[in-house]
Design a protein. Structure first.
Length: 132
């Protein structure tokens, strides 16, 4: 089953979503430049950037659906692992680097969604692990 997830993750629809999000993060960082505090980013500033990507860019449509698509994928993968249908070692060896980076970048979006949808992305957070 993890190989099915790998194939799905590399399919065009997910590749397009990943590229759109990576491009938006890169463009936002480039256009906004470094924040104060000698290159360290302010968490409130980071949250504003991520929420802007989710809701405001792309002619006001944002990339909400792309973010949700990635979160839904990892929620599903973690459920597959918890149900003992997917091998955890294989899944983590393939996805850990991507999911850790995604989580650290888009966690402010998750926190924002959890204000109205408690439990949002909980399975993904379990996949990422307790240290993130």
């Amino acid at each position: 089953r993890p190989l099915d997830y790998i194939a799905r993750f590399e399919a065009d629809s997910f590749a397009t979503a990943r590229q759109a999000l990576e491009g938006a993060v890169t463009d936002s960082n480039r256009s906004l430049g470094a924040s104060p505090n000698e290159g360290r980013r302010d968490p409130a500033f980071e949250a504003r950037v991520v929420l802007r990507i989710a809701y405001d860019i792309n002619d006001g449509q944002g990339l909400y659906s792309e973010i949700s698509q990635i979160i839904g994928f990892f929620n599903s993968l973690e459920t597959c692992i918890e149900m003992k249908l997917c091998d955890s070692v294989v899944a983590h060896s393939f996805f850990d680097r991507y999911v850790s980076k995604f989580w650290s970048t888009f966690q402010p979006f998750v926190a924002h969604r959890r204000q109205t949808a408690p439990g949002y992305a909980d399975a993904m957070q379990r996949f990422v692990g307790p240290d993130n």
